[in-house]
Design a protein around this ligand. Structure first.
Ligand code: FKS
Ligand code: ZN
Length: 346
């Protein structure tokens, strides 16, 4: 399968995130994608190509124009105030406050559009995030054109970004942009499966009231794990979307058996949905050696995941999400994609 990649992800390089009462170096750093690229090339997983450039229109199909306009102008506004360091929010409109009126104060605006203090906005964030969406859209176009699979090797990640908010290192929801592009290209049904350690709250929110895009996420139980306020098993969709969202929260420290049992159920739901395309939010922070997560997957499990996804027999778009064991992230991706391809061949 082709990998779509651009070195413009280096433009997004957050310095510090707020973590356990102090500012610490960002976990989500450029080396992650560099290691993944190296592994994809070393394992000969497929040609690496540059993304095409798309307009904002396909991104506006899942994100509010007001939100995108803010992202586009954010660094300019911040820099005009004389700041050179990354911007981090410090105040948020919680229940009872007004979110419909955009404040003039920049930090108040940033808080309006975000849900945590761990997602720095930098000089190159907008360009990197837009390129990430171009990468996902290029992968989507390849698959819509008949390719069996593609890998969107993008960062920053996307699955926490919702219709009009950023957070969890995410700004534009690449998986959602790609899924919507399949629909806009004529697909009746699409499925998104999120296997990142963290609940894909942004993806869930974007499609929560829709029946055409089935959204599922296997993740650490939000009672103890980030993003905490969404991702419970009783969130099954709403209105027309009732029955088209499924969450599989597993306790931190869960066994691989429990993880694969959830995957089996999720795959059954995908088959029943009969989608024309499958989008995988591929997080590698389920790895036993991940510094911020607590599942226990390792090489054999990543191979098993790739094989199991191949068995669904669907056009499949993989998009990179989290994974913070930087030295191992490349091998972990390569195990999933390599075994996916071998299973197709075999
Ligand atoms: C607060 C500490 C909490 C945030 C964890 C974010 C996880 C992000 C991710 C993604 F795929 F989006 F990158 N840590 N400052 O792995 O889900
Ligand atoms: Zn994650």
């Amino acid at each position: 399968m082709k990998t779509i990649y651009s070195d413009r992800h280096h433009l997004h390089q957050g310095q510090l995130e707020f973590y356990r009462g102090e500012l610490v170096p960002c976990f989500e750093k450029p080396e992650r994608a560099d290691f993944v690229l190296q592994a994809v090339q070393a394992r000969g997983i497929g040609p690496v190509i540059e993304p095409e450039s798309f307009s904002l229109a396909p991104i506006e199909r899942v994100h509010a124009p007001r939100y995108l306009r803010f992202l586009e102008r954010a660094w300019g506004m911040w820099a005009a105030l004389g700041h050179t360091r990354d911007a981090l929010p410090a105040v948020w409109p919680i229940r009872g406050f007004r979110a419909d009126v955009e404040p003039d104060n920049f930090i108040a605006q940033l808080g309006l559009y975000s849900f945590d203090s761990g997602t720095p906005f930098t000089a190159g964030t907008w360009e990197a995030a837009r390129t990430g969406a171009d990468i996902a859209l290029t992968a989507q176009k390849l698959i819509a054109g008949g390719e069996r699979a593609a890998f969107a090797l993008s960062r920053p990640p996307g699955h926490h970004a919702g219709p009009d908010f950023l957070g969890g290192y995410c700004f534009i929801n690449n998986a959602a942009v790609a899924a919507q592009a399949f629909i806009d290209g004529g697909a009746q049904r699409v499925a998104i499966l999120d296997v990142d350690y963290h609940h894909g709250n942004g993806t869930q929110s974007i499609f929560y009231e829709r029946a055409d895009v089935l959204t599922q996420s296997i993740h650490g139980d939000p009672k103890t794990e980030y993003p905490f306020y969404l991702g419970h098993a009783d969130e099954t969709g709403q209105g027309a979307g009732e029955g088209f969202n499924a969450n599989y929260p597993l306790p931190a420290g869960s066994s691989n058996e429990a993880w694969f049992a959830a995957l089996e159920v999720a795959c059954g739901r995908i088959r029943a949905h009969r989608p024309e395309a499958l989008v995988i939010s591929l997080g590698l922070d389920t790895f036993a050696g991940d510094p911020i997560s607590r599942f226990k997957l390792e090489a054999p499990e990543y191979q098993r995941l790739g094989a199991q996804l191949a068995r669904l027999g669907l056009p499949t778009l993989f998009v990179l999400e989290g994974g913070y064991a930087v030295a191992e992230i490349g091998d972990n991706v390569a195990h999933v994609l390599g075994s996916f391809e071998e299973s197709l061949a075999g």
